[in-house]
Design a protein around this ligand. Structure first.
Ligand SMILES: Cc1cc2nc3c(=O)[nH]c(=O)nc-3n(C[C@H](O)[C@H](O)[C@H](O)COP(=O)(O)OP(=O)(O)OC[C@H]3O[C@@H](n4cnc5c(N)ncnc54)[C@H](O)[C@@H]3O)c2cc1C
Length: 295
């Protein structure tokens, strides 16, 4: 295997076009375990961390730009990002451990295409977009359109994610992410639930809800979103969210959780994530909905 270390997006796209059997990496926290477990070695590994643009984290009046290879510890340590997107930051803060988070990236978490990837539901509810580069330039794609199934993405050979765009939230908006793991440390989600709400005088004006680990890809829950918009977040609305979330699941049955268990937990976590997002949107967070639902 060759190790290639481009310093610009253009150099990386040229290397990828010249070596069709090359694989990009950022933190390599998925790539290295996969190679050690016997996955076929690519002809070359292309290290994206030498490209300044992929390692940049910046904000402007209207949006944030998060380089696809930025180690997620820089996101969890950003007080400004946490203040605007506490749910996104709590999702990336659940990935692995301090050691993993000092290496791993949003680009890797997304493009590894695990159904259980923690950041993906949180990226989806916040409407994040991926800027994708190839030899013919760049294109911008909703994060929700990147993963097509376990281990597969819509990226063509030679394409990679350069950065993510994240619009600053409207006033009175809050997000939240919760996950359930069989053990409290270093485990992956058997269910992850993310919600983002905007309120106007207590009435929900916008809602997005996404679940992870309950289907081949992260899934939006449009019926739960519809049950919230135009009304206050009361017990009846939360019950409708739980029912719709359980219904939206298409989970697997394995040693980490049965289908029935995952459906039940998806409903509980979606309800709690919505309640927390609503508290954050209204500036009255109590944390009572979060107990026991997240490691
Ligand atoms: C001990 C341990 C615990 C973990 N715990 C969790 C957890 O709790 N939650 C969780 O979600 N994950 C977990 N993971 C998985 C992993 O850490 C995350 O998925 C991480 O975000 C991957 O980021 P990375 O930069 O290391 O990816 P890499 O390993 O560098 O890449 C992963 C995949 O994405 C591709 N890729 C990387 N960057 C790009 C890009 N910019 N454009 C296109 N393709 C790209 C690579 O080719 C590869 O296929 C854990 C891993 C370990 C080893």
């Amino acid at each position: 295997m060759d190790y290639l270390s481009p310093v610009s997006v253009e150099e990386a796209t040229t290397m990828l076009s010249q070596t069709p059997d090359a694989r990009v990496f950022a933190g390599a926290t998925d790539v290295i375990p996969q190679l050690r477990a016997g996955r076929p070695e690519p002809q070359a590994l292309v290290d994206l961390k030498g490209i300044e643009r992929l390692m940049a984290l910046s904000q402007s009046d209207g949006s944030w730009t998060i380089g696809a290879a930025v180690p997620t510890v820089r996101l969890t340590e950003s007080a400004e990002l946490r203040a605007e997107f506490p749910g996104l930051v709590e999702a990336v803060g659940l990935i692995g451990s301090d050691q993993i988070q000092s290496r791993c990236s949003l680009g890797g978490n997304l493009c590894n295409a695990s159904p259980a990837a923690d950041s993906v539901p949180a990226m989806i509810v916040n409407g994040m977009r991926a800027v994708v580069a190839s030899g013919s330039g760049t294109r911008t794609v909703p994060v929700a359109d990147i993963v097509t199934g376990p281990g597969s993405t819509s990226l063509a050979q030679g394409e990679f994610v350069v950065e993510f765009e994240l619009d600053r939230p409207p006033a009175n908006t809050g997000d939240a992410y919760l996950r359930m793991t069989p053990r409290t440390e270093m485990d992956i989600a058997i269910v992850g639930a993310s919600a983002r709400l905007t309120l106007d005088d207590g009435v929900c004006t916008a809602a997005t809800i996404a679940l992870g680990a309950v289907a081949p890809t992260a899934v939006r829950v449009p019926d739960a979103e519809a049950a919230l918009v135009g009304r206050p977040i009361d017990d009846e609305a939360l019950a409708a969210v739980a029912a719709a979330a359980s219904e939206a699941c298409n989970p697997i049955d394995d040693k980490r959780g049965t289908i029935a268990y995952r459906r039940q937990v998806a409903g509980v976590l979606a309800r709690r994530a919505v309640a927390t997002a609503a508290e954050r949107a209204s500036g009255r967070e109590t944390g009572e909905h979060r107990d026991g639902a997240s490691q």
